[in-house]
Design a protein. Structure first.
Length: 478
């Protein structure tokens, strides 16, 4: 009986049993393909779960799903993390250049989704100049990039783009029809706008050297189609339409082998794109660190000199922020705050997330610096008639800040690298640009070296400055 997926750990196939078919997919926001059962979250369901079970039965093995980020499925397959990709992978020339792909098992189409009362966005041409969300590395992204003139927002998953649509950060989302049917059709705040368009095929991805596996998969797909098993699965999940009748008429296209691209040799073409991403990285880091320095100072002053309830809150802030991941904090700021009426754009949300996260570290740096000042200096200042605030301002803080400048500078260097996390809220900074270009050129090494070089060029001067300050401010060298 179909209706549930076993989940395996992402280990190389060599570690799998001989009677297993390990298939890669992304269950995070992955409905209706593969997703946790709302009634039993430990089990995965979806039409591709059922399809995987049906294919495995044809092959006489057991199907096991391996979780992997969707836009990194192809590299993971090439590394050997699993045997096949079965997760809405489009039969496109780009994918067929890199991996072998089976006969199609589903015909999809693209669909525009808007808010319920939005009019005039029923065709892809209507999306020009509008902020539009797409899934990273999807056909929708390629279509809108080719059309040009669209304010494109790229998301790691489908749920995030629909959240931004409901929060009025974007005007539309373009996604595959099965996803739109599952998420948007039942949402009273959203609607399917216009007719679906740009039909295409989903196929199973296999490593190019696995010709025998590809052959048995094609045979299994053909048999499932002839037995109407595919129709039963798709009707069960509410995604069957008349397009699926044309699966049997599929004629594979001849894919011209594309020459490999050496981005190092063609660096003048790619370096400007990376540098534009680097500008965003610098802006995020400088503004985020400025917020962290100011907020951290406020937190430590409240913690050391405030009244008891405020001291407790300041201490709790430091412990909670340091004890939770930056990624979770970004999600709460960007996706959680709109639920209480606070909507920040990705840039401001990124600054807030980085700044408030690093503020906890800066507060601890300040506290160490303040407590390093001998208490006798405070007593002497008070004995001279200075108030506690005057003592803090003119005696303690100047010395403490001089002590903590080097660690603050080191934190600034660390923020350059941590700023890459804001790509999860659609910020296209340096790391995101690298990922997008690498997925289109398949050159992870050349682009990776250029990207690493840019990060080094940004952080090394700051590192030299920190070392200089550390030498300059050491009392024992004076």
């Amino acid at each position: 009986m179909l209706g549930g997926c076993d989940v395996a750990q992402p280990e190389p196939p060599a570690a799998a049993g001989p009677a297993e078919l390990r298939w890669g997919g992304d269950a995070e926001g992955g409905a209706p393909y593969v997703y946790p059962d709302p009634q039993k979250p430990e089990h995965l369901i979806g039409f591709e779960c059922d399809l995987a079970e049906a294919l495995a039965a044809k092959l006489g093995v057991k199907a096991k799903m391996v979780q992997n980020q969707w836009d990194q499925l192809v590299p993971a397959l090439e590394r050997g993390n699993f045997d096949i990709i079965l997760n809405g992978l489009e039969l496109t020339p780009d994918n067929q250049q890199r991996i072998a792909m089976s006969l199609p098992y589903f015909i999809y189409a693209e669909q525009i989704v808007t808010r319920r009362y939005t009019d005039g966005l029923a065709r892809i041409e209507d999306l020009k100049t509008k902020p539009v969300g797409v899934l990273s590395s999807s056909v929708a992204q390629r279509l809108l990039e080719e059309m040009r003139g669209v304010d494109l927002r790229i998301y790691p998953g489908n749920v995030e783009s629909l959240r931004d649509l409901r929060a009025k950060r974007i005007e539309a989302v373009v996604m595959d029809l099965p996803i739109a049917l599952h998420y948007a059709r039942s949402d009273p705040a959203l609607k399917l706008s216009g007719a679906s368009f740009a039909p295409g095929y989903y196929g199973i991805g296999v490593r190019k050297q696995e010709g025998s596996l590809l052959a048995v998969l094609n045979q299994a797909i053909t048999e499932l189609q002839q037995e109407h098993a595919l129709e039963r699965i798709y009707r069960k999940h509410g995604i069957w339409d008349e397009r699926q009748e044309r699966l049997k008429d599929y004629q594979p296209e001849v894919v011209t082998q594309r020459k490999s691209i050496s981005t190092l040799r063609e660096w003048p073409k790619y370096l400007p794109l990376l540098l534009r991403g680097a500008v965003t990285t610098v802006e995020l880091s400088v503004l985020g660190m400025s917020l962290a320095v100011v907020a951290g100072l406020v937190v430590v002053l409240v913690r050391l000199y405030g009244i008891a309830p405020l001291r407790w809150l300041a201490k709790a802030y430091v412990e909670v922020i340091r004890g939770t991941p930056l990624l979770i904090q970004l999600f709460l700021i960007y996706y959680g705050l709109p639920e209480i009426g606070i909507r920040l754009n990705p840039f401001l949300a990124g600054i807030a997330g980085l700044g408030l996260n690093y503020a906890a570290s800066e507060a601890e740096n300040y506290r160490a610096g303040i407590q390093a000042i001998p208490h006798g200096q405070t007593e002497a200042a008070l004995a001279l008639g200075m108030s506690r605030w005057q003592t803090l301002r003119h005696v303690v803080l100047p010395q403490a800040l001089r002590l903590v400048i080097p660690p603050i500078t080191n934190d600034f260097i660390a923020m350059f690298k941590d700023s890459s996390i804001v790509s999860v809220i659609t910020m296209v900074e340096l790391t995101k640009v690298y990922g997008m270009l690498a997925m289109s050129t398949y050159d992870y090494i050349g682009l990776g070296l250029m990207t690493a070089g840019i990060y080094f060029a940004l952080s090394y001067p700051a590192s030299l400055f920190a070392n200089w300050l550390e030498r300059k401010l050491r009392y024992d060298r004076r």
